[in-house]
Design a protein around this ligand. Structure first.
Ligand code: PLP
Ligand code: SF4
Length: 327
């Protein structure tokens, strides 16, 4: 993969030894845009770890009953079949668990994870994540789909992926056939942060995924210096809709280690988000989400649940408990 642009920079080995760096030819072709280089090129500031940052920012470990599974909400689980991605995003909330920091899930671990799903009848949806599920081979993905298809109470399969907009040539006819052959409905949530990511090859990949019969939605991370202004978000959400991808979540960035330079104050995020309503069709507008630090789960951010104070905000979770979130 084209790492030449990365190694030409200053000496960043201290960063890349800690957090894998990798791009694709497709991404390399887009790196002239600051919004793209910022997402993908390592930065010395990644070595600055602030006191409230954490290797497990949303508390996945506490909700992992067996290796490879995160079960926080009753009707759905995350299944992480591996920890490799096609690219490594510098702001990744799982950066201490993917790439060189990831532990491999053995065949045996995977079969125990599938046993867990089989044994828990309340699991309605299995969300494949990782790592990136589309970084698996077609053969492994097919086996996984076949195993899930055999579990009667699992009704939906969801895939969280960055591949369509990071390595679009990976979306092949063979991969689409695996999806098309699934007996259960498949939702694909595409992680896309900027309209520049939707160049021609990505649009074509998305079209192919549509033909595979999957429902396509998007997730975006709100990132300082990448997409933290109203015009950029408006353009992104309109482009996604035009490509028949429904904007689903806009995530406030998690407090992953060495990512402070990507975070904006939550009050600023609410201000930008509030402006979207006035500007664009409601169908284009995702939910603005925060995963409450400490493993308390996700909340949709709207003014009714958030009290803005001088140097922090107070967030009321789904149980009515108030959490202090420091900007
Ligand atoms: C985000 C997340 C999900 C998916 O949540 P949705 O609101 O259904 O998109 C599921 N499990 C865990 C542990 C999560 O963090
Ligand atoms: S593709 Fe997803 S999991 Fe992989 S580095 Fe990027 S944000 Fe993290």
């Amino acid at each position: 993969m084209g790492m030449h642009k990365i190694s030409n920079q200053q000496d960043l080995t201290a960063v890349t030894e800690k957090y894998t760096a990798k791009t694709t030819d497709y991404i390399d072709g887009l790196l002239e845009h600051p919004a793209m280089s910022r997402q993908y090129l390592p930065d010395m500031r990644e070595l600055d770890i602030s006191a409230d940052e954490n290797a497990d920012p949303i508390g996945d470990v506490a909700h992992s009953p067996v290796k490879g599974i995160v079960h926080r909400y009753p009707d759905r689980v995350l299944l992480k079949p591996h920890h490799a991605c096609a690219v490594y995003c510098r702001f990744c909330f799982r950066r201490d668990m993917v790439g060189r920091n990831g532990e491999v899930l053995s065949e045996d671990d995977l079969s125990k994870a599938l046993d867990y799903i089989r044994d828990h009848k309340e699991i309605w949806e299995v969300i494949l994540t990782g790592g990136d599920p589309f970084a698996l081979s077609d053969r492994r993905l097919k086996h996984l789909f076949e195993a899930l298809n055999e579990i009667e109470h699992v009704k939906m399969i969801r895939i969280h992926t960055r591949v369509p907009v990071a390595d679009p040539k990976r979306i092949t006819a063979e991969l689409c056939k695996v999806i098309n052959d699934s007996q259960k409905p498949v939702t694909i949530s595409i992680h896309c942060n900027h309209a520049n990511e939707l160049a021609e090859a990505a649009q074509k990949a998305i079209k192919m995924l549509h033909q595979s019969g999957a429902v396509l939605v998007s997730q975006t991370v709100l990132l300082k210096g990448v997409n933290d202004d109203i015009d950029t978000l408006e353009k992104l959400f309109r482009e996604l809709m035009i490509n028949r991808v429904k904007p689903y979540y806009l995530h406030h960035p998690d407090k992953a280690r060495g990512t402070a330079h990507f975070r904006l104050p939550l009050a600023r995020g609410l201000e930008i988000y509030g402006q979207l309503r006035g500007r664009m069709s409601g169908i284009c507008i995702p939910h603005y989400m925060l995963d409450i630090p400490g493993g308390f789960g996700k909340v949709t951010l709207d003014s009714a649940k958030v009290l803005i104070k001088e140097d922090h905000v107070e967030i009321i979770d789904h149980r009515g408990v108030v959490h202090i979130y420091k900007n």
